[in-house]
Design a binder for this molecule. Structure first.
Ligand code: NI
Length: 154
């Protein structure tokens, strides 16, 4: 396993659309492990492959309830609305309020190629939306309705 470099805003790879994973091979499995390690090291709750310079539709999330690995994730339904403060490992030190669905259902493949379904509410819904946005070159900054001083973040 290895820690990978996290790309920062301004790196054009963050603005590109990631490609669907067609084959779950050793490279993909290594990437999943590296992404999890990189996310934990950076104290993040989520990381998308483009953030480590790989244009594949792969996401890892851990909001403190265990690691979720998602390959080719898609939001299949969403409902409600919530506004919460977000940050991003690719945009250090910047926080802002973003409107997201209150609840989302995501379908994806796990590392074994099995179809999985994740239902997220609250922070998990936010993380799922934020990370899946990364796969389409969208940064939370594009959706900020109000920037938040890091001091008032707590
Ligand atoms: Ni992010």
């Amino acid at each position: 396993m290895a820690i990978r470099d996290i790309r920062k805003e301004g790196d054009e790879i963050l603005r590109k659309k990631a490609k669907k994973v067609e084959v779950i091979d050793d490279r993909v499995l290594t990437l999943l492990k590296d992404m999890a390690e990189t996310m934990y090291k950076a104290n993040g709750v989520g990381l998308a492959a483009p953030q480590v310079g790989i244009l594949k539709r792969i996401v890892v999330i851990d909001i403190g309830e265990g690691l979720i690995e998602l390959i080719n994730p898609e939001i299949v339904s969403q409902e409600g609305e919530q506004t919460g403060t977000e940050g991003c490992l690719s945009i250090p030190g910047i926080y802002g309020e973003v409107k997201r669905p209150a609840r989302v259902v995501v379908e994806a493949l796990n590392g074994k190629g099995q179809k999985i379904r994740v239902t997220g509410e609250g922070l998990l819904a936010v993380a799922l939306c934020h990370e899946i946005d990364h796969l389409d070159g969208i940064l939370f900054r594009d959706k900020v309705i109000r920037y938040v001083d890091p001091e008032e973040k707590e």
